[in-house]
Design a protein around this ligand. Structure first.
Ligand code: SF4
Length: 248
């Protein structure tokens, strides 16, 4: 049976806390990291009802991503389950280290897991520094074995150039494939998310990675955040905006 997806909905999970400290983290650079884990303003049941298909006109692809680590948000498993129970497809972006949450998700009904995808952000040097690389790899494999879809994604950063072959080997050994490469920083100037000084430098580094490491940064593998061209809705499902969640 084919299911037609009517909308893509981008949801920000209300958490800025994270167990890692990546050098390029814009939350740290903007001094927005908060030790608090405020959690959701609404209950999972309430959020689930807000995602009823009749309110939205059909099945949706719902993306959940925190400003910090998404899976550290209290009740995140229950919220994921409540949205999936409405028949939607979901993508959850994660740093792949919170094993207890993957244990919980692996216990969700198989039918729900089959509509769940994880974008595992491979923060390679930080995972290595914190001795989390094998933990990350095991969680990717565990979710794959649990029937979820998985994407291993590398954010482009200068510090990866020196270890690009190591990254390749890690991915091939653990996943049998090279990572998806994402361009998630502002390359047009005037923004705040810079870990490179100019677009020229960025372009040179993308080319260097592509040529010397076979990371294949072709246009089909480099995704600029927010440039999908899809008609999407951005909504915070936590503490501040709430129009999405007001029941009608
Ligand atoms: S995993 Fe994400 S939120 Fe955490 S420090 Fe790294 S970039 Fe920041």
């Amino acid at each position: 049976m084919q299911t037609s997806i009517k909308k893509f909905v981008e949801c920000t999970v209300p958490i800025s806390h994270c167990n890692l400290r990546c050098s390029y983290c814009y939350i740290i650079q903007e001094n927005r990291r908060d030790a608090d884990m405020p959690g959701f303003r609404y209950s999972p049941e309430y959020i689930g009802r807000a995602f009823r298909q009749e309110r939205w006109g059909g099945t949706m692809l719902v993306n959940l991503c925190g400003a910090g680590e998404t899976l550290l948000c209290p009740q995140i498993t229950e919220v994921i389950s409540a949205i999936l129970e409405q028949g939607h497809f979901m993508n959850v972006t994660t740093n792949g280290t919170i094993s207890a949450k993957f244990d919980e998700i692996a216990r969700l009904p198989e039918e729900l897991r089959s509509r769940l995808c994880f974008a595992f952000s491979l923060h390679y040097t930080e995972l290595k520094r914190t001795h989390n690389l094998q933990n990350f790899a095991e969680n990717v494999r565990r979710m794959q074995q649990a029937g979820c879809s998985v994407l291993v994604q590398l954010n482009l950063c200068d510090e990866y150039i020196d270890c690009k072959d190591e990254i390749k080997q890690f991915c091939i050994k653990n996943f049998g494939a090279l990572p998806h490469v994402a361009l998630t920083r502002n390359e047009h100037g005037g923004g705040v998310v810079h870990s490179l000084s100019s677009q020229d430098t960025l372009t040179r580094n993308i080319s260097a990675m592509a040529e010397s490491s076979s990371l294949r940064c072709s246009s089909s593998h480099v995704r600029t955040s927010g440039s999908s061209g899809m008609n999407f809705v951005t909504q915070e499902i936590g503490a501040s905006h709430s129009t999405l969640l007001q029941e009608n």
